[in-house]
Design a protein. Sequence first.
Length: 228
Amino acid sequence: MSPKLAQVFHEAYRELRPRTPAPPLHVRFYAFVSINNTIRLRQGELYIRLSDLLEGAPEAVLHSIAHILLAKLYRQPVDRTHSARYRRYIAGHEVAAKARLVRQIRGRKHIRSARGHHYHLEEIFEDLNRRFFHGLMGCPQLTWSRNHARSSLGHYDPAHNAIVISRVFDHPRVPRYAVEYILYHEMLHLKHPVKLRGSRRCVHSREFQEEEKLFPELVRAKKFLRII
Ligand SMILES: [Zn+2]
């Protein structure tokens, strides 16, 4: 771990929690399938993994990602300046190109299957990721189902880290907000793993439902999905 990187996280921590001493920090770059950054607090120490695509990023960008990760961990609002700077960097031509290349090499399979006739799941995923998850969610395998079953709109398969969306919705008469909603719902499953309350499995926890309400076209999408 570079001392500079640890220092950047220390500074971001001090800004966010000036009265609490920073715990020991372990930051390292990691080869994820797509741009992904994770933070974990374990036995009082912070473990941070940054996508190796951020290696060589300017210090200001690293500071922003440090702020975003720490703010999310400690449930504090993410500063807009930081999320904008991080997004700008990620959207930058060079970074995007490198991410595409890495994705092709590391996860060849899911590129073709995410592309439908009308909607490209990967593109919608990245858009939702940016709008609702600060671009922090790692891209799972995204596929259209092989059949046209209506029984399941979509599902998240944690064993394979895959989101499957019913091919019925890959159709020009299906509005984009409906596809977005189905995918957004499954992304929330990825974010909120099933909890056990006693012997009961809690699939749509209260936090899940609260977060689902952040989707602006929730009512419209649900109405559309009911009529087809
Ligand atoms: Zn669900």
